[in-house]
Design a protein around this ligand. Sequence first.
Ligand SMILES: Nc1ncnc2c1ncn2[C@@H]1O[C@H](COP(=O)(O)OP(=O)(O)OP(=O)(O)O)[C@@H](O)[C@H]1O
Ligand SMILES: [Mg+2]
Length: 305
Amino acid sequence: MDAAIEARGLVRHFGPVPAVDGIDLYVPRGSVYGFLGPNGSGKTTTIRLLLGLLRPDRGSISLLGGSPHDASCLAQVGAVVERPAFYPYLSAHENLRLFATLAEMPSAVGSAAADRALGVVGLTTVAGRKVGGFSTGMKQRLAVALALLRDPTLVILDEPTNGLDPGGVVEVRGLIGELARSGRTVFLSTHVLTEVEQLCDRVAVLQRGRLVAEGLTRELLERGQRLAIAFDTGDEAERAARVLADAGLEAEAADDRENTLLVARDRLGSSAVNRLLAGHDLYPAELVVRRASLESVFLELTEGV
Ligand SMILES: Nc1ncnc2c1ncn2[C@@H]1O[C@H](COP(=O)(O)OP(=O)(O)OP(=O)(O)O)[C@@H](O)[C@H]1O
Ligand SMILES: [Mg+2]
């Protein structure tokens, strides 16, 4: 059993329009899984379904092999969905201890758990300070500490860097990396593509309640790679375009550089293209792989869906 999350055929309506429209998810244990989608695509709704905060109209969910309605299963899951409310006049440590008490942890256990969680998120030195004076980034780290209170194996974060300044974003991303290195599975939703590129092994792309792509982040990025072939003269570029077309490769002119052709890379590798052109006495001045941004792949995937 190596799935941290497994969902099949999830559907949830609010009124006539489905917010989640038949989602299947398989999140391997130990992965950092990105759940990517524009505003209103159904990310939060899906997360609420996964956590048992909402009931699906249809579909099934398994969390760490159990049900999201089973307390012993949920005890192994830490989540930050909506920003939790903390008492501003209590310290970070006191706030966490209060939540530990609510979770029926014995006082000494709760206190030790609060220490440990604050350590993981890097708030140890301010543990005794009143939360009312915390920055947004510190509050967000405290929210993650709360999710870690019971030392979960699965951490679910809904847009963990939303509303943070660049410094806070870097801090929270670093923290997510540490959670992953400590062996936890992290499932995070975001609409920030760079976040997925930097953090996630796998990604699912959501559009209007449906998945339009799923897979290894690396492979998704490779999909959009292009080979840029530059020539010294326009004449050579034109001849090369014909040679490539005869070989079944559609070349388009690069709009940002003269005498340069772009070819989808998944069709033929650089050396094969080079050989093909050399066979026709065509020698590119430069041949480079242009890496697609996840953004362009994302736009391609969600266009017209
Ligand atoms: N409680 C609710 N009642 C009615 N409609 C809802 C409710 N929650 C979500 N929706 C609708 O469901 C759709 C998906 O919303 P959801 O919040 O899941 O999207 P999201 O991907 O999290 O968006 P965002 O990036 O803005 O957080 C939206 O059209 C939203 O208006
Ligand atoms: Mg949301």
